[in-house]
Ligand binder design. Sequence first.
Ligand code: HSE
Length: 436
Amino acid sequence: MKAVKIGVLGLGTVGGGVVNILKRNAKEISRRAGREIIVTHASARDLTRERICDTQGITLTSHSLDIINDPEIDIVLELIGGTTIAKDLMLQAIDNGKHIVTANKALIALHGNEIFAKASEKGVMVLFEAAVAGGIPIIKAIREGLSGNQIEWLAGIINGTGNFILTEMRDKGRDFADVLAEAQALGYAESDPTFDVEGIDAGHKLAILASLAFGIPLQFEKVFTEGITKITRADVEYAEELGYRIKHLGIARKTDKGVELRVHPTLIPERRLIANVDGVMNAVLVQGDAVGPTLYYGAGAGAEPTGSAVVSDIVDIVRVLTGEPEHRVPPLAFQADAISDITVLSSEQIQTAYYLRLSAEDKPGVLADVTRILAKHNISIEAIIQKEPLEGETTLPVIMLTQTTLEKEMNAAIAEIEALSTITGSISRIRLETLG
Ligand code: HSE
């Protein structure tokens, strides 16, 4: 049978990894796909740059349009990134009848609904396994492996940079800014590192996972995001003392009122496997009603781990190239006419437990005032510890763990506690999930 021809847009880290894998494992891959797969063309902005892959036999161009307009090319890999040029090229390639494989989480999260509608109109496939958690086949697991389940919730460490920062702060007592600089130097961070530390990158990935899990449209704009920039070494230590780890989690949960979509630092019991996922590694915990909890772990970034995911999508496309379009696996797991419009809850409607750290004056009645306010808002305290004042300070750090409550009640309680004359500064609040 005729070989399948691939055109690669973007020959950077991921593109280079894909070319290397396709060359090195060519035989094994074609045994799986049933056809030979060859990269015939690749585009790059700077053709003189040194590459991590051997480009012998590949026609290089600085014009991506040469590739998407080439009638010989069957599958286009969009590995440029960003949501402007990449979007135009992808839509044009779809219009030209090309199947697409992409690693572009932002593009899928922000414009996936439009892209999939166009792909369906044109009868082509758009696959994006590499967009979430790098080399972990989490999209395939949810879309296919768990298709007998009602997914109840999922929680993931889906940004390696953030996890690296929190791990270094905990293990080595390093400061946030110092670790971020190292993550940038090591090439883990996004070109705009605020995407990593403010939860935007994880939010993109969570929007994709939630669509696959619950059969809802991609709605990145409704994801509540809170970054890790306010986490202090003291918070990390107090959490440890209470038997918890702080992880930057993306959480999607279906409730009887709607769907929670949120990314924020989260205390989780240290005995949970996911609490022990350290450094740049990613992990996603998925709870299905039939299967129970399942955990997926692996490298969330890097040339070959991400390349591995891209190649698996290529193989899937090659396998169904001769199949009928309407019988293919739908891009968002559910059939296009079965996508549901379940409400996505606002951040005030989230229900979670909390870690609170406040600075209190050392006077009788201060804690009584705080607990009175919490009780007024129906918030139960799970644990409370009072520490010695930090060096040079007169106020006492008080750490509390609460039971699950409505975020709206917690917002109101925090505002009232912060207004007490005996409480200094603002309260540090970290959400807490037992993931049980
Ligand atoms: N900046 C991302 C991360 C890269 O740190 O996880 C992979 O998406």
